[in-house]
Design a protein. Structure first.
Ligand code: SF4
Length: 350
């Protein structure tokens, strides 16, 4: 049985080096067929191959280790174990359409070290394989199927769990391609959130096969020194370089479905003043049509950081609106189960 984080495809090729390509397509289709829960269900494969798959290839690469449900019942958070014993978090959240949004991880830990983030405190252990990312969708789909009283459809995915997705570019891209091919998820319902690593952003922009999903760049400050203090991996001249990239991105992808969002976590007394809102608005409007999504801070990762007061959040948003910026606010969910990424894994590591 597979015990190292190689992909199912690599393992399948080792087991069956001479199989025609359609066999692998049959296997991927089987993995995404609702109601099929093991290799035993895949009756269209030869019996000997089915038995080899049962013996050697995990149907699901993730096992739920710990599951927490919020008091409101609208958020479920799983700490999952993978074949090598490493653990990641994935979250299922009810959304406004009476469907579900899942938040997925792309790495075990993260190397970016954002000061407000529990995952950043863990450091990076390894990147996930395509299967380990994609199976987070399959895990929640099957978990819901076992609870028929709940809404069943997963309509949205956000890459806002553990890790920086663009440092795991190929696996994230393969996962997106698989989901867009083998599930009913549409590109406008998937958001890849990145801290904004400029070489990876350039690679994405130059990549004609990068799927047309939404992108969210974590900005958090429109002042270079302040941003560096919040996101330590900020490159010198990050803000002008990001502005230049964003203009080229918007020009190249001039379609609504490619739209770009800047994420801005509001930290009391750090980046939430009206002056900083004006600075942000100036930065955004100089680039073009980019929405700002403000995020109330709700983690316990950094005891010296506090959430902005409700009045400060309201004033900040109003200032942006007055300056012509489209602004939304992320709904905070599951505070009682520490649903922000990395908190469960971090508390277990302690
Ligand atoms: Fe990594 Fe995202 Fe946390 Fe920053 S916020 S440390 S990029 S997981």
């Amino acid at each position: 049985m597979l015990t190292s984080p190689s992909t199912r495809y690599e393992h399948f090729q080792t087991l069956f080096p001479n199989e025609p390509a359609y066999r692998w397509r049959q296997i991927v289709t089987a993995l995404y067929t609702p109601g099929w829960r093991s290799w035993t269900d895949v009756k269209n494969l030869p019996a000997a191959m089915r038995q080899a798959l049962i013996d050697e290839l995990p149907w699901q690469t993730l096992t739920i280790d710990t599951l927490q449900t919020s008091a409101a019942g609208d958020t479920h958070k799983a700490l999952c174990r993978m074949v090598d014993g490493q653990k990641i978090e994935t979250v299922l959240m009810a959304n406004a359409r009476d469907q579900w949004t899942i938040c997925v991880s792309s790495q075990v830990g993260c190397a970016m070290g954002c000061v407000f983030c529990a995952t950043g405190k863990l450091g990076l252990t390894r990147s996930l394989t395509t299967d380990e990312i994609a199976d987070q969708y399959r895990l929640w789909r099957d978990w819901l199927a076992d609870r028929p009283a709940l809404p069943q459809r997963i309509s949205n995915v956000v890459f806002m769990g553990m890790g920086e997705p663009l440092t795991n570019y190929d696996a994230v891209k393969d996962t997106l391609t698989t989901w867009l091919t083998d599930t009913d998820l549409g590109p406008t319902h998937i958001t890849v959130s990145s801290v904004g690593l400029l070489p990876q952003l350039e690679k994405l922009l130059a990549d004609p096969t990068w799927p047309s999903v939404r992108l969210a760049i974590s900005l958090h400050a429109a002042d270079g020194a302040l941003r560096k203090s919040i996101v330590p991996t900020s490159a010198p001249d990050f803000l002008p370089q990001l502005a230049d990239w964003a203009k080229r991105f918007l020009h190249a992808k001039n379609k609504r479905r490619n739209h770009l969002t800047f994420e801005y976590i509001l930290l009391a007394g750090v980046n939430d003043s009206p002056r900083q809102a004006k600075q942000l608005a100036d930065f955004v409007t100089r680039i073009g049509k980019i929405k700002v999504n403000v995020i109330p801070y709700n983690t316990i990762a950094a005891p010296d950081l506090q959430a902005s007061a409700t009045t400060a959040i309201t004033q900040f948003k109003q200032k942006l609106t007055d300056c012509g910026v489209v602004v939304t606010q992320r709904k905070t969910m599951g505070d009682d189960i520490a649903a922000a990424c990395g908190q469960l894994a971090a508390s277990e590591q302690k």
